[in-house]
Design a protein around this ligand. Structure first.
Ligand code: G3I
Length: 316
């Protein structure tokens, strides 16, 4: 499957966006619209309109849908962030997971059930989210169980970033999912977000090795949110950086294509102009923009990065 993150408001306002998305991709992730603050803005009050719009678009164009995301510390409504007491947090979490997964039962191929649970410290720990604070690590296993009960056919993933290369965060995630598997928790795979910059992206061999560790556990994997920045952290003139970007896309996607258990590659947006990396609030992550991180330029022309992805799929 070859996917893209899509935004409902662009589908409505930009016909070229919709045309290119339908032509180029067969897998869709709503970039924001299924997140907690969008679907449950106040307790037990639901708004699926924008997410439903994306699911309808996908269905019309024979594209599968990856739900994103049931449990994440970010983009939570204030009322949820401020909830206290294990019982109240557990009840709200269970209601949320069951209701959202239930609403999309039979309509999503896979879910990012738990997103970015680990911190970025040199010794990663589970983030001090409202879930972790009140329920401890058990919130993760429970969320997978509730999601599975609500939609037994959906593939259920743990999703995270900065785990595409060897390191402490990768080891922490590996240890977590090993424990979940051993405990019989219904987890089917791990998503590698792959937000990288072209100057220091993992090598093909590094990423292939990482993928293999997880597929050897009997899990599926996917590239869930790839974009390759060529912003201020990448040196050289623009043509040099554009070529480096093409090679980075090819190298990472090739690592997925080479492993039969790596079942999808999703790009985090369609044209550069709509990328999240254009929001300066995120520039500490990848250096200063412009980042030109995606496969299509602002007029929907195919960039060299697009050819890099194509090369990877064609084994070139
Ligand atoms: O919708 C409002 C709009 O009404 C308002 O005028 C505008 C003003 O800033 O903000 C808009 O909301 C923004 C929203 O994106 C939609 O564009 C939020 O401020 C902004 O914070 C939000 O950013 C999203 C980010 O997650 C939140 O952390 C990005 O679009 C989205 O691409 C990004 O996606 C995440 C994945 O879910 C998880 N992995 C990392 C990835 C990149 O950060």
């Amino acid at each position: 499957l070859v996917g893209a993150a899509l935004a409902a408001h662009h589908l409505t306002s930009d016909t070229q966006y919709a045309t290119v998305a339908a032509r180029e991709f067969n897998y869709v992730t709503p970039e924001n619209e299924m997140k907690w603050s969008y679907v449950e803005p106040s307790p037990n009050s639901w708004d699926f309109a924008a997410a439903d719009q994306i699911v309808a678009f996908a269905s019309k164009h024979n594209m599968k849908v990856k739900g994103h995301t049931l449990v994440w510390h970010s983009q939570l409504p204030k009322w949820m962030e401020e909830l206290t007491g294990a019982e109240a947090v557990r009840a709200a979490l269970e209601r949320h997971v069951r209701t959202v997964a239930g609403h999309y039962k039979g309509k999503v191929y896979a879910w990012d059930v738990v997103n970015e649970a680990f911190s970025d410290d040199s010794k990663p720990v589970l983030r001090n989210s409202v879930f972790q604070k009140h329920l401890g690590e058990e919130f993760i296993a429970q969320s997978f169980r509730w999601a599975h009960e609500a939609d037994p056919d959906a593939l259920l993933f743990y999703n995270d970033y900065s785990i595409e290369y060897p390191g402490a965060k990768l080891d922490a995630v590996y240890s977590l999912v090993s424990r979940l598997k051993a405990a019989g928790v219904p987890i089917h795979g791990v998503g590698f977000q792959s937000h990288v910059n072209a100057a220091d992206a993992p090598t093909n061999a590094q990423f292939a090795g990482v993928i293999k560790r997880f597929t050897d556990l009997g899990l599926l994997v996917n590239i869930s949110e790839i974009d390759v920045s060529i912003g201020s952290k990448v040196s050289g003139d623009l043509p040099t950086r554009v070529t480096l970007q093409r090679n980075t896309y090819r190298s990472l996607v090739a690592a997925c294509v080479a492993n039969p258990k790596c079942h999808s590659v999703t790009v985090w947006g369609v044209p550069d102009k709509y990328s999240w990396l254009n929001m300066p609030e995120f520039w500490t992550w990848a250096g200063q923009g412009p980042h030109y991180p995606l496969l299509f330029d602002d007029s929907y022309g195919k960039k060299p990065a697009y050819d890099g992805v194509l090369d990877a799929f064609c084994g070139r």
